[in-house]
Design a protein around this ligand. Sequence first.
Ligand code: NAG
Ligand code: NAG
Ligand code: NAG
Ligand code: NAG
Ligand code: NAG
Length: 136
Amino acid sequence: MFSSLFSVFSALLLGLSYLVNAAPVKPTELLAFAPTITSPTAGVVWPAGSKQNVTWATNNVPPEAHNYTLVVLLGFFANHSENLDIKHPLATQVPIMQGSVIVTLPPNATYGTNYTIVVIGDSGDASPAFTITNSN
Ligand SMILES: *[C@@H]1O[C@H](CO)[C@@H](O)[C@H](O)[C@H]1NC(C)=O
Ligand SMILES: *[C@@H]1O[C@H](CO)[C@@H](O)[C@H](O)[C@H]1NC(C)=O
Ligand SMILES: *[C@@H]1O[C@H](CO)[C@@H](O)[C@H](O)[C@H]1NC(C)=O
Ligand SMILES: *[C@@H]1O[C@H](CO)[C@@H](O)[C@H](O)[C@H]1NC(C)=O
Ligand SMILES: *[C@@H]1O[C@H](CO)[C@@H](O)[C@H](O)[C@H]1NC(C)=O
């Protein structure tokens, strides 16, 4: 599980940029907590444009965070960055205790083996690298 300080730090910065940009999502900022992503797992192959189930653990969410809502973002690891597509979130306003959300991958995503899904509340967790293949 990719959960370096860098990851958390960048997620925090992104959270802030969400607020600054007045995006439709306003995570309640009470406590730093990063959901633990359980899908996608490392090396999974998902086709562009497909619907997929992104999942995370709920058994380690502290009670103070039970009302948090999450944003799910697609990114790719390159140049020591997660290169998150914050302009096109895969999902927003997802209740953290739901533990999963079905997302539709961008139909125009290009082939790449270094994609990541990041789930952000007031903090975030990046999944391991997975692959998106061309839809046809
Ligand atoms: C997504 O996965 C979770 C965890 O396995 C499961 O509980 C949920 O029903 C799945 N959602 C759908 C729509 O299949
Ligand atoms: C979560 O929301 C419910 C319903 O609005 C509220 O009763 C509860 O106190 C909230 N819990 C926390 C930890 O904020
Ligand atoms: C994929 O990510 C790894 C680890 O961050 C990096 O070393 C590698 O250069 C990346 N590959 C591409 C094609 O960006
Ligand atoms: C990675 O860095 C190289 C060299 O600066 C640059 O050419 C390339 O576009 C960068 N890739 C991404 C995905 O930012
Ligand atoms: C995919 O399409 C969206 C919406 O038209 C666009 O904003 C985005 O830049 C495109 N992504 C790629 C990788 O072409």
